[in-house]
Design a protein around this ligand. Structure first.
Ligand SMILES: Cc1cc2nc3c(=O)[nH]c(=O)nc-3n(C[C@H](O)[C@H](O)[C@H](O)COP(=O)(O)O)c2cc1C
Length: 275
């Protein structure tokens, strides 16, 4: 399928009217959906949106209706507004509301799912058709095995111990070096090592070297030294990772800002901010 992302809140994108600002284009947005579905010639088109711009200007119910009208196959709702970026809790209540408002459109709920059990809670609480997971899997590719097991009714595989996490990290290194020049791969992986090993006491002594290593062979050797059976640090599992920098303001092009101020948009604000 082809997924179109209208959830990006960063100023570089919204300043030009893109990302989370795109659904505000009253005339162009429906045309965009229509053209995408038509050009895809039978390949399912799905979209991803946020709830809206901010607490006052929420468009998700209208966009879901529009998406259904134009033949979009499924919609992922990141249950935050653009001005929240990644802060605050995702509002699963909004996922439930859109499921109820447009029952024909499969909704994929997204926001603050950190474990497999938690994904199941989202399904049960909201009635959504699927769950989208972002930050929880940074440094935790093994979580997919737990999601799979849960959704197919099998016993969940245990969380890996340190030496198993290090083995997964070595595979990640191997793949990165396969796809990128060595120097690029090693540099790009540095942020991932923080995610993989955050909270493991036995990994701490190797981290400074791991963050400075330049060669894949050095990295590999350091990862092999992380060979203890220290249990996975579950206390850390709920701690947000990735996208934790400062929260900028949502920036819109002047024309859109004026349109919002004068109410020239037919996307009706939805009262309440979900919950
Ligand atoms: C590092 C990072 C990169 C992301 N890149 C994209 C992207 O390219 N496209 C997209 O639709 N969402 C992207 N997202 C947003 C996630 O898909 C997701 O909507 C968001 O993180 C909320 O879900 P979560 O609470 O499970 O993290 C990104 C998130 C992170 C942390």
């Amino acid at each position: 399928h082809i997924d179109l992302n209208f959830g990006c809140p960063v100023p570089k994108i919204t300043r030009k009217g893109g990302g989370a600002a795109l659904p505000l284009h009253r005339e162009q947005f429906p045309r965009l959906l229509e053209s995408a579905v038509s050009a895809a010639a039978g390949i399912p088109v799905t979209i991803k949106i946020r709830m809206g711009l901010d607490a006052e200007f929420q468009y998700y119910l209208n966009i879901a209706q529009l998406a259904h009208t134009f033949g979009i196959h499924a919609l992922t709702l990141h249950a935050r507004t653009a001005d929240q970026f990644y802060a605050g809790e995702a509002r699963w209540g909004a996922i439930r509301r859109v499921v109820q408002a447009v029952p024909e459109l499969p909704i994929i709920g997204n926001g603050d799912v950190w474990t497999a059990e938690h994904a199941l809670s989202m399904l049960q609480q909201t009635g959504c058709a699927g769950v989208g997971i972002g930050r929880a899997v940074l440094g935790r590719p093994f979580l997919f095995a737990r999601f799979n097991a849960l959704f197919s009714g099998r016993v969940l595989p245990p969380y890996p111990v340190l030496r198993e996490v290090a083995a997964i990290a070595r595979r990640h290194l191997e793949l990165m070096v396969h796809y990128y020049p060595e120097a690029v791969a090693v540099r790009r992986l540095r942020k991932h090592w923080k995610w993989y090993f955050q909270g493991f006491q036995d990994a701490r002594r190797w981290m400074p070297q791991l963050m400075q290593a330049e060669r894949a062979t050095e990295v590999e050797a350091l990862l092999r030294k992380m060979n203890s059976r220290e249990p996975y640090p579950l206390a850390e599992i709920w701690m947000p990772r990735g996208k934790r920098g400062k929260q900028p303001k949502v920036v819109l092009p002047e024309s859109l800002r004026r349109g919002l101020a004068t109410g020239r948009f037919d996307i009706t604000p939805v009262t309440g901010s979900g919950g």
